[in-house]
Each structure stands twice: as C-alpha cells, then as structure tokens.
Ligand binder design. Structure first.
Ligand code: PLP
Length: 377
C-alpha cells in the first residue's frame, strides 16, 4: 500500500491553484514584452494590468499602488530601502519578523531596534509607543501574521502610533494574504509586502503595495518598468498566475474558517497528549498551528511525519533546509520549547482528513518517542 501524501506546509509554499497554473500557461502563449508597443506587447501589458487590478482588489487599493517584484523578500527590501532613502534614521522591527525584514534592516546601515513580543507572540505596543517618543522619524516593520505561529499582529493600533510620530509603517502581509481579509487603508499601512506562492500562485513573484505617504525608490537600476519603481522586464507569466491566484483566494476566503475548525481539533488532540500550542491566546490565522512537546525535537518530528507521508515544517526551517531553535518561540519567552516547535499549516486544498491524518501520525510518533525514553530510563 502506498503511503498517503499529505501536504500541510502552506506557510512554506502553497500548492499552485489550477486557476493560477492555467493563467501562467495562457500568458506564455502571449509571448510579448509588456514594454513593446506592438500587438504582442500590448497583449502582455494587458495581462500585467489585469493582474495588477486583481492584486489591488485583494487589499482594497487602486491598481497604481501595486508594484510587481520577485516576491516577499524583494517587496520587504524595496520598502525598507525606500524608507532609508526618505531619511528615516532608525528602523523598529518586531521580534517576530521574517528574516527578509530582519536581515534587510540589519544591512541598511540604520539603527535597528527590536520590538519585543508578549507570551502569546503579539508585538508589545506599549514598548513601541515609548520607542517612538525618542527623537527622529522611524520606519516600523510589523508583520500582519507570523509565519511560524500564525499570530495576527495589532497592525491598525500600531499604525495610529506610527502616524502620530510621523513614521512609516511597513506591513509584511506575505502570510496573511489569502488567509484573512485585508484592507490596506483600514490597517493604516504605508507599504505592504505580498507574495504569490503563499496563496497558490507561482514562486518568484510578489508585490509591494504603497499608500500615498510612501515614495517608492527603486533599488535596482535599469529600464523604467513599474513606473520607475522596479527596473527589469516584468515576469509576465508569474504575474498572471499571481493575479489569478489572488482572485481565487479572495473567492475562497469564507472556506478558510473550516481550516480553523480542523486545526483546533488537531490542537486539542496534541494538547491532550501533553503538547503546548503557541500563540493560542492571540488571534491567529485559521490554518496555522505551532505546537511543541518537550523532548520531541523539531527535526525528529518533521522526519517522523515525513516517513508517514505528512509534510510539515519545523517552527523555524531556514532556507538552507537546516532546523534551528525557533527564535520566534524564544521571543515569546519559551526558549525551553524553541527546539521542539513544529508548524502545521494548511490551505486551499487541505481537507479535514489531512488534519486528522497529521494528528494520527504525530501521536503515533510521539508515543514511540515516549516508549523509547521509558526504555532508556
Ligand atoms: N515574509 C514572510 C512573513 C514570509 O513568511 C516569507 C516567506 O516565508 C517571506 C517574507 C519571503 O517571501 P518570498 O519567499 O516570496 O521571498
């Protein structure tokens, strides 16, 4: 009997939606450069502008606010680089930010301050208020939802503080987009990063959304594409897939609530066996579960589940494929659990049975570990 193949690692990358795959293939047929004035060029331009309108609609902005880039990492870098150019003298980043923000901030040459998280993984706005009262204008980076815990951050409240201090608020919404409704204006963001592959589009394409207070300054030089904000021929097929995925994700948003029900049922099962669910006391994305069971190392969990045909991530799988202790869990004051964090994340094609099978595999692996420990003792 072949083992089941269950994919619950959507926060790493979501399977490509059929609508996105079809749009990519159609775009390849168009074959023009969107900067060319002839018919093929105009067809490619149409594809890009249709997708721009689709992405803009997802977050409630006008199409001109959207700049296509190569993904979430570049969107974060474009925002941070633009703020640095605008004369902001320091960057405040939450401890939960993705490396795309943390490493770019560190490389910017500006002073970087870390906003702590509380025990549920929520950024401490009391700390932010105090930090903003210091002299000089700040760029504040606060993600909408954390990639490891799914914890949704109090972005609108942070925005009020940032506005009052004449700062710039960059929101990394890479994990939130397509999983919860997003209203860019209501959140009070100045810039927002999006990535196609987290919501069922292709890898290697994303967008930076910018409000009227933010001036985007291109970080790579060349042609005048994307209204001079991002040089380089657009990834037309990728952008087409992004637009189609965004539209499908918006349509499917109500169904995401099911993931929350199935996720919570799994959470109850693992808690009954002694695991801890991280960020449980905070609002979270419906499809993300971060759990930890002392003594059950992240890497062992990932490998055991993989052998059972269930694909999940360690709390902090880094891009090299190595597993480090989760720094987000550490920042939540649970350094004791950081080496044991596991992330289970579903999405548009995940079924209730996927979550149940994941629970079965996890419980079986955990009880084997327990039995082995009892033998050794
Ligand atoms: N920001 C967050 C919160 C992420 O989870 C990721 C990817 O894991 C990124 C940024 C980077 O996005 P991309 O892979 O599109 O560069």
């Amino acid at each position: 009997m072949s083992k089941p193949s269950i994919y619950l690692d959507y926060n790493a990358t979501a399977p490509v939606r059929p609508e996105a795959r079809d749009a990519v293939l159609r775009a390849f047929e168009a074959a023009g450069n969107p900067s060319s004035v002839h018919a093929s060029g105009r067809a490619a331009r149409d594809i890009v502008e249709t997708a721009r309108a689709q992405v803009a609609a997802l977050v409630g902005v006008v199409a001109g606010s959207v700049t296509f880039v190569s993904g979430g990492t570049e969107a974060d870098a474009l925002a941070i680089g633009s703020a640095a150019f605008a004369g902001f003298n320091r960057i405040i980043v939450s401890e939960g930010e993705h490396d795309a923000v943390l490493e770019t901030a560190a490389a910017s040459g500006l002073q970087v301050l870390k906003m702590p998280l509380d025990a549920d993984g929520v950024a401490r706005l009391d700390w932010l208020e105090e930090a903003l009262s210091d002299e000089g204008r700040a760029l504040v980076c606060l993600m909408l939802a954390n990639n490891e815990t799914g914890v949704v951050q109090p972005v609108a409240q942070a925005a009020a503080l940032v506005r009052a201090a004449d700062g710039w608020l960059h929101v990394d919404a890479v994990q939130a987009a397509g999983k919860v409704a997003i209203d860019f204006t209501a959140l009070g963001a100045d810039t927002m990063a999006l990535s196609a592959h987290k919501l069922g589009g292709p890898q290697g394409v994303g967008a930076l959304v910018a409000g009227t207070r933010a001036t985007i300054v291109r970080q790579q030089h060349g042609g005048g594409q994307e209204r001079g904000r991002r040089a380089g021929t657009e990834n037309v097929a990728g952008i087409a897939g992004f637009g189609a995925a965004v539209e499908a994700a918006a349509r499917d948003l109500p169904a995401m609530a099911n993931q929350g029900t199935w996720r919570d049922a799994l959470a109850e099962r693992v808690k009954a066996a002694g695991a801890v669910v991280l960020g449980e006391g905070a609002p979270r994305l419906p499809q993300t579960l971060c759990l930890a069971a002392e003594g059950f190392a992240s890497q062992i969990q990932v490998m055991s589940l993989d052998l059972a045909g269930v694909m999940v991530s360690a709390g902090s799988a880094c891009s090299s494929g190595k597993v480090k202790a989760s720094r987000v869990v550490e920042a939540m004051g649970r350094a004791d659990l950081a080496p044991f964090a596991l992330r289970v994340s579903g999405g548009w094609a995940s079924t209730e049975q996927d979550w149940i099978s994941c629970g079965d595999a996890w419980l079986a692996a955990y009880s084997r570990i327990g039995a082995r420990r009892r033998e050794v003792a």
